[in-house]
Design a protein around this ligand. Structure first.
Ligand code: SAH
Length: 265
């Protein structure tokens, strides 16, 4: 007898941002195929399961994360094959993915491989990086009246070329962290005015999350601060600062004297 393979969105990082359903399904796993971006603390949900690092960074000859042995598998095709093989052995297989599986997660390829093998799947959604970034900056991606559409865009095309667009009031760019200067150029080419607000958020949802405010023209300045960290860039309405609320307990005079909320820099 085979069990449905459960593909779980682990959220943007910190273990407590996974859904309750995800945690429950994880607890039932015999084997967990996980990505590099997920939090080691997630292992507590399935301490007896076998944890296999299939994250792209786990493909090197170095030992896997969390002390797991190095994986000799590589590439999406091998992940698909492993999912199928383990499920066919009658194991309860969980595929744990960063963020939400349906956002730049190659979910379609894994679902297809399972379907071709006659295996069932269940998908458990997760918090995608864009939403964790909006929480980090406390700036909603939609705004009544001005922000009516949000686009999740990968800055990286299949060929490795950088791409930007201007198709929504707020655009959230994934996979652009290493190329902010180039992204800024592409954004201007796509028609975003130089002074459009742009927030850069890295490791959103983690205790060490960082967020910085820029304009499209000055986006490259964020490169050093966020270097080497998973990063999203929010452009447009969702990057604009909200009017600041008066501090609690502040006297009326203090509130009146509070500076206007000028978006930085
Ligand atoms: N499925 C994932 C995205 C995978 S693509 C999701 O839904 O979030 C990997 C890209 O996601 C990274 O290059 C980065 O742009 C973004 N990302 C992932 N985790 C992040 C985090 N905690 N903070 C900021 N960006 C993150």
């Amino acid at each position: 007898m085979t069990h449905p393979v459960v593909i779980i969105g682990a959220g943007p990082g910190a273990a407590d941002l996974m859904t309750v359903r995800g945690a429950r399904r994880l607890g039932e796993a015999d084997v967990v195929l996980f990505d590099a971006l997920t939090d080691p603390a997630l292992r507590r949900h399935a301490p007896a399961a076998r944890w296999v690092d299939v994250g792209k960074r786990g493909f090197s000859a170095q030992p896997g994360r969390h002390g797991a042995p190095a994986c000799d598998i590589s590439g999406q095709a091998r992940i698909n094959a492993l999912l199928v093989k383990l499920a066919q052995q009658g194991l309860r297989v969980v595929r744990l993915k960063g963020g939400d599986p349906s956002v730049f997660g190659r979910l379609e390829e894994e679902l297809q491989a399972l379907a071709e093998a006659g295996l069932q799947a269940e998908v458990v959604p997760g918090v995608t990086a864009a939403l964790a970034a909006a929480a980090a900056t406390q700036r909603p991606l939609t705004r009544r009246g001005s922000g009516r559409s949000v686009s999740l865009t990968t800055a990286m095309t299949r060929s490795g070329a950088l791409h930007a667009s201007r198709g929504a009031d707020t655009e959230v760019f994934y996979m652009a962290g290493r190329q902010l200067a180039a992204l800024a150029r592409r954004l201007r080419e796509a028609g975003w005015p130089d002074d459009t607000p742009a927030s850069v958020v890295s490791r959103a949802g983690w205790p060490d999350q960082l967020a910085s405010d820029h304009r499209v023209a000055t986006l490259a300045q964020a490169s050093v601060l966020h270097a080497g960290r998973p990063t999203v860039v929010i452009v447009g309405v969702g990057a604009a600062a909200l009017p600041r609320a008066p501090r609690r307990g502040a006297s009326k005079a203090t509130v009146a004297a509070a500076p206007e909320p000028v978006p930085s820099p």
